[in-house]
Design a protein around this ligand. Structure first.
Ligand code: SF4
Length: 80
C-alpha cells in the first residue's frame, strides 16, 4: 500500500515539476536505465503513460522517465 502511495506522489511531483533533479542528471540516469535488464515496456494506459511511458522498472515498479527526474529517487539496485 505504501509503495503505491509513494509511487502516486512521485508521479504527481514529476508531472508538476516539483523536486526535480537537474536535466543532465535525468539524462545520465535514463541512459543507465535504458541498458538495465530490469527495464521493460509496461502494458498500461494511464494519464501518465503519454508523458512518461512506456518504460518501467521491474525492480521497483516505477515509470522510469518519471523516476529519473526526481531528485529524491534512487535506483533500487544502486546503479544510480
Ligand atoms: S531504476 Fe535501477 S533497476 Fe530500475 S531500470 Fe533503472 S537502473 Fe535498472
Amino acid at each position: 500500500m505504501f509503495k503505491y502511495l509513494r509511487g502516486a506522489i512521485g508521479l504527481t511531483k514529476a508531472q508538476l515539476g516539483v523536486g526535480l533533479a537537474e536535466p543532465r542528471i535525468h539524462q545520465l540516469r535514463f541512459h543507465r536505465c535504458s541498458t538495465c535488464p530490469q527495464i521493460y515496456e509496461a502494458p498500461m494506459n494511464t494519464p501518465f503513460y503519454a508523458r512518461f511511458g512506456p518504460w518501467a522498472c521491474r525492480s521497483c515498479g516505477c515509470l522510469v522517465k518519471a523516476k529519473v527526474r526526481l531528485r529524491s529517487e534512487r535506483c533500487p539496485l544502486g546503479y544510480w
